[in-house]
Design a protein around this ligand. Sequence first.
Ligand code: ADP
Length: 171
Amino acid sequence: MGEQVRRAVYPGSFDPPTMGHLDIIQRAAQLFDEVIVAVAVNSQKQPLFSLEERVEMLQECCKALGNVRVAALDGLLARFAQQVGACAIVRGLRAVSDFEYEFQMATMNRQLAPEVDTCFLMTHQQYAFLSSSIVKEVARLGGAVDHLVPPNVAHKLRVKFTSTTAGTPTP
Ligand code: ADP
């Protein structure tokens, strides 16, 4: 029993990964033996970055963390967590507004996989107002996001928005 690997799954869209996500990943990596960052295919949202791009960006961000790996998540999170033998699902909480949706998800996941608990980590106060959507909006309009996302993500955003007509190019 004592030898059991404490594995956690940290699911999300990560479109794109931000410093807020990275902070949660680093803290989860200290709490658990292994962390699997699970990138949702997400059929409901139309992502800016493809699944492959999001997985690749996260792999680059996490390469220094030996007990973190990145995987694609297609299908039910509860089933994925069971399949990989996770004891926990990690989610980040920013504001009260995150709570209701997270509570709903955690309750549903408990019904689907009672042996997997959901574990919430409070955001670092520095990242409390940081979201992937706000990063995309600022980057699309040509604003600097370098302090909000890891360097490789900032680069990908610049490439994305200067190569399309959707955004205003950085002056
Ligand atoms: P989802 O579409 O599943 O909400 P996100 O990529 O937006 O995916 O977020 C994944 C997880 O990371 C969620 O639990 C979210 O609350 C958390 N998260 C997002 N941004 C931050 C942040 N700035 N600080 C802490 N947690 C965050």
